[in-house]
Design a binder for this molecule. Structure first.
Ligand SMILES: *Cc1c(COP(=O)(O)O)cnc(C)c1O
Length: 397
């Protein structure tokens, strides 16, 4: 259970989860790599195996001190949370959160801007199990109340939304959900608990693709779900039944990343803002979709609820097509062309929101480019983008 609200997050990411019984006298908890744990007696075996024991060695699938330490640290970053479960990827975390609350016959509400694998999970896996999904406008706010039916069991949120960064009114959606006894689930990967405290905002289950900012070095797949007290038991039980376990080596790398997450995010934030504002001045750019800029839908909500912004955003080109966008992207030297984000290195991808949306109609005057701003010098990144926009202008004609 999280406690001590007095220390700052930058301190918390350094100290959290480092219990002496897990670190064993060194700074970082060692990698406890095990399937089998050994008991001193039959009585001890029975006691450790009891259904509700937490943080007692039982069997590798229930984890050990390396995983518990990272999970505990993530719980400490969400005041009011009960506990955290780790998963071998962010998508696995999303699956466990959804399956811990939904049953056949239930309806789920999902924002039209949800991460595409989340969409496929609802229209594929969940549909096969008799769970229906309705996609909603991410900017619906308190209007969500009109979509809540008797069968609606959960409302999923992702704020800001994938690809186009619409910021959701989480408090209004949570209030409507609570009034109707509906569970709320948030994908908080973009903001992390350092920039948006989900549980304090009333969310029941908050998800991180730790693959991104927690790990921070583009070399590990990892996910987490942190639960409010009302939702922890069911989450833990479901995760055990699904056989989910994050490896101790990956949890160790996740914890190692977490220790520098506050300073990394501060730099991602500063560099991304500088570059977003510079792009906003360029004639080749029609619009910058960065939550901290007024040109981003839901910016007022961002300004009210978030304490910072991270390093991922998109911009809309002024005209052009697939070929001129590719000319821009292919000419970049400091941006790798690749999926994922949250690592130390800058990345670029072409994004096409109209390919995924069904409840809203994206309407942009040109193609979109998504940037992950890494920890390189922002001046070098701006110079690179400037020459790339020249290439785009030439190709566009
Ligand atoms: C990457 C991502 C995920 C999935 O995480 P993986 O670890 O890649 O499975 C989930 N949500 C969002 C918003 C993401 O960007």
């Amino acid at each position: 259970m999280s406690e001590d609200r007095t220390i700052a997050d930058a301190t918390r990411v350094v100290t959290a989860g480092r219990r002496p019984e897990w670190t064993q006298g060194i700074v970082n908890p060692p990698v406890w790599r095990a399937s089998t744990h050994l008991y001193g007696s039959v009585a001890e075996l029975r006691a450790n195996g009891a259904r509700d024991t937490h943080h007692r060695l039982f069997y590798g699938r229930r984890g050990g001190p390396t995983q518990w330490s990272l999970a505990d640290a993530l719980t400490e970053l969400e005041p009011g949370a009960e506990a955290t479960f780790l998963y071998p990827s962010g998508v696995a975390a999303i699956a466990a959160a959804l399956l811990s609350v939904l049953s056949p016959g239930d309806e789920l509400l999902v924002p039209d801007t949800a991460y595409d694998p989340t969409r496929s999970m609802t229209t594929g896996l969940l549909k096969r199990f008799g769970i229906t999904t309705r996609f909603y406008d991410p900017l619906i706010g308190g209007g969500i109340v009109d979509l809540i039916a008797d069968t609606t069991r959960a409302i999923f949120m992702e704020s800001p939304g994938s690809l186009t960064f619409e910021v959701q009114d989480v408090p209004a959606i949570v209030a409507a959900a609570k009034a109707r006894g509906v569970t709320t689930i948030l994908d908080n990967t973009w903001a992390t608990p350092l920039f948006f405290r989900a549980i304090e905002h009333g969310v029941d289950l908050t998800i991180l693709a730790c693959t991104k900012y927690v790990v921070g070095h583009s070399d590990v797949m990892l996910g987490s779900v942190t639960a409010a007290p009302s939702h922890w038991r069911k989450l833990r039980e479901t995760s055990f039944q699904l056989g989910q376990v994050a490896s101790p080596d990956d949890a160790w790398l996740g914890a190692r990343g977490l220790r520098t997450m506050a300073v990394r995010l501060a730099q991602h934030q500063a560099s991304a803002l500088q570059i977003a504002r510079w792009l906003d001045t360029r004639p080749e750019v029609a619009r910058v979709l960065h939550p901290a800029l007024p040109s981003c839908p839901g910016h007022e909500t961002f300004a009210r609820d978030f304490t910072g912004s991270s390093g991922l955003f998109s911009f809309v080109l002024d005209g052009g097509d697939e070929a001129s966008r590719a000319a821009l992207i292919d000419s970049l030297h400091h941006f790798g062309i690749g999926y994922s984000w949250g690592g130390f290195e800058s990345l670029v991808t072409p994004v096409d929101p109209e390919r995924h949306r069904t409840a809203t109609t994206p309407d942009f005057p040109g193609p979109l480019v998504r940037l992950q701003i890494g920890l390189e010098d922002p001046g070098d990144l701006i110079a690179d983008l400037a020459q790339a926009l020249d290439r785009f202008r030439e190709a566009r004609g």
